[in-house]
Design a protein around this ligand. Sequence first.
Ligand code: GDG
Length: 481
Amino acid sequence: MINNKGKLIIAAYRLPFKIVYQNNHRELFQNSGGLVSAVLSLSTQKNYPFSGNISWVGHSENTALELQELTHEAGPIDAIPVTIPAEINALYYEGFCNDLIWPLFHYFPSEANFDKTYFEAYQAANQLFADKIAEITEPGDTIWIHDYQLMGLPALLREKFPGNTIAFFFHIPFPSFEIFRLLPVSWRKYLIDGILGADLIGFHTNDYVRYFLGTVQRLYPQYEQRLHYLNLGNRLVEIDAFPISIDFNKFDDAYQQPEVVKIRTEIKQHIPHKIIFSVDRLDYSKGLLHRLIGYELFLENNPGWRGKVTFLMVVVPSRDTIGQYQQMKTETDMLVGKINARFGEINWQPVIYQYRSLPFEELAAMYSASDVALITPVRDGMNLVCKEYVASRHDNRGVLILSEMAGAAAELSEAILINPTDNDDTANAIQRALEMHPDEQEGRMKALRQRLRIYDIDTWTNDFFAQLSSLETEQERLKHT
Ligand code: GDG
């Protein structure tokens, strides 16, 4: 751990809170993302390496004044909003981030729009973040920047604060150079120069690290690369893999929570046979259509299973004002209808499909009620759902079918790993999972759980900051040689 002097500043596109109105008064509503729990648990550690409150800088619809009034509810986090004018935000967030980088980095180049105004807005928004952070940064502060919305920010801050420690973590896949090079040359340079402003750059997997280093090598052959280190001439930068994890105990404990037990019992009463479960945001990267086609093929190939298994598929609304997402939703609705019409019977529905978000207790109950989790993104930076499923299986039962295209596949080798676009592979995996002997389920589940129990979200954060600390020592040593 670093024996740090200053405070920790987090920069992420969104603030971890928003103001909601309840019973005629205003309250802070905390987002339940993995990063928020990581940061909160870090702040309560005995050897917390930073001083004071954590400053979290992010976009918000609420003003600084409104948020300040509720500071007492925010615990150790000072929420500092960045105001991005609506017309810039549309081109920056919906445009450059979600209409270009998201599809491109998830290997959907045909969905990517290379619009010049997007790029200008992206630069402008990153500058707004830099300006806001500059107002609060003091010598000795550490700045930890997150994700694809803020790739330009490390360099903007490095220029202003050459002596501060800056770290960056990338939550989505970093693609191979053949995909990255589809970006115009000046955009490529802005993004890579931007990220290289950080001291430590973290990705979920070794593959993403390799692709990033390969891209740097193509753009800057003069930078010396040694293992995970890059020597930029005047600075040493480290690039490494830190597979993000989950709050294992939260999901493990949920198994016995009365509310979760109650919902689980109700689910099992309503579906008195095998349950296959999936939950994802509506997104083309999640492989929903391939998954349904694979399930349909399974039912076609295995008449004996008809009437004895139900696929419970939850899709969480997301970005559904965007045309391509609306189209995906329509195609999903139609395919579910087709499968239910083709195989359904008066007392059996092959797919129970819900388009909504779930409260935590219901999610935990669905995880622990299902015999198989079918997690088949066609591309995913990590995927936390598969880890949450494992952590929820306090009973050591259940089978995880996982796409080899999810970052998590690198760690979860006891899952049944499949190619999500190979429908035969999906269909065969479903049959194998449903017919797996309980002893084999237990053996696999125990191994998976043991790994996640050790490498949970706290270990992830500690690992990241321990690495940052040894990098600082190495940088110091180099300064004096
Ligand atoms: C990025 C990367 C990477 C979803 N629906 C409900 C609900 N969720 C929760 C899940 C899980 C999270 O949302 C989704 O996890 P993902 O892993 O898909 O992450 P994203 O936030 O989409 O995005 C991804 C991640 O960052 C972390 O680095 O793994 O690859 O794309 O925690 O439980 N939770 C509740 N109700 C829902 O309806 N309560």
